[in-house]
Design a protein around this ligand. Structure first.
Ligand code: 5GP
Length: 323
């Protein structure tokens, strides 16, 4: 359960060669941006690097440079000298890549979730970091890597997505200081924003319509929730990744302190996302009680059961917590 210092992590990256980098299943902007930036930095130091993930990148991240380093999970070696996990609180979050990690000689675990399980030979967990991209930025500086435009674009993507465009409480002075450095390296925030957020398909808008019509609230307790069934994705021609951010509509309602989304990822499996507006309502605790995890104000879990069963279980847990 030991956390390594930044200096120790930098030393480990200097020492080893032959890396595989992976982020969690259903990858998001932070995991993607951070793994790309780290891989470019390691390449500059002459290391062998590949990236492979359990699930493909959502389309709106395809604008990011990848320099041919992202491989199909079925086209990689069985093991590497070092496997680096980015933004996974436990090894199960890495999905189908877990077997390669277990066969590799060393695991480096980089994460900013306080629920992290310290599963690495090296663990660099900083719950004060806004994004794992912020940690990767510090590692690259420690390694003496020059932050070029490709690295800067990827780190900026990690930061802008995990901070809700610099609006969430995890955004710090440090985050903004890094942004200044990334802009000095040439990033164009408005172009990146448009690439990520202004590329919605008609289907995604229709999915938003379904989410909003499913919106329910318990005004007395300050709770709001949305429900997305498998059928909603099929009818709108969308995928799970298209539901990213929809929970914010529930959270943005006046008087709502906790928002939940219930998403049927397949029959009998429901992904829940939890968001809190107040530090004293720790949604990470709720997620942990369902074997998930995350942060105090943003967490998630996957539960077995029908959507109605899961809803009842989770809402009751939240109502109990409020009592
Ligand atoms: P989201 O709800 O957007 O998927 O995730 C919110 C936060 O909770 C993120 O930091 C994410 O990594 C974490 N999270 C989401 N789902 C899970 C899960 O099933 N297990 C764990 N450990 N963390 C999760």
């Amino acid at each position: 359960m030991r956390n390594n210092s930044l200096r120790e992590i930098v030393r480990a990256f200097r020492k080893y060669d032959d890396y595989i980098l992976s982020t969690h299943n259903n990858p998001d902007g932070d995991g993607i941006g951070a793994e790309l930036a780290l891989s470019f930095g390691l390449k500059k130091l002459g290391k062998k690097v590949v990236i492979a993930n359990s699930d493909p990148y959502p389309e709106n991240y395809e604008f990011l440079p990848s320099n041919g380093l992202v491989k199909d999970k079925d086209a990689i070696k069985a093991s590497y000298n070092v496997a680096v996990s980015l933004e996974c609180s436990g090894l199960d979050r890495i999905g189908k890549m877990k077997k390669v990690f277990l066969k590799s000689k060393k695991i480096i675990n980089l994460d900013h979730h306080m629920s992290n399980e310290y599963f690495g030979d090296f663990n660099y967990i900083d719950s004060g970091a806004a994004a794992v991209g912020e940690q990767v930025y510090d590692i690259l500086l420690g390694l003496g890597v020059k932050i070029d435009i490709d690295i800067a674009t990827c780190i900026y993507t990690a930061l802008v997505t995990d901070t809700g465009s610099f609006a969430y409480s995890n955004t710090s002075k440090r985050t903004h200081q890094i942004v200044v450095e990334l802009m000095n390296a040439g990033v164009n925030p408005s172009e990146i924003y448009q690439n990520i957020y202004e590329v919605s398909s008609l289907g995604k808008m229709q999915l938003l319509g379904k989410a909003l019509s499913s919106l329910r609230t318990d005004k007395k307790r300050g709770v709001a929730w949305i429900t997305l069934k498998k059928d909603n994705f099929i009818k709108t021609g969308t995928a799970y990744g298209d539901s990213e951010g929809l929970i914010n509509y529930a959270r943005s309602i006046k008087g709502v302190n906790v928002a939940i989304s219930f998403t049927e990822v397949e029959e009998g499996r429901v992904k829940i996302s939890l968001r809190s507006k107040k530090d004293d309502f720790d949604v990470n605790k709720i997620a942990l009680s369902f074997n998930g995890g995350g942060h105090r104000r943003a967490s998630g879990a996957i539960l077995e059961g029908s959507i109605e069963e899961v809803k009842e279980k989770v809402l009751n847990k939240i109502f109990d917590y409020i009592k």
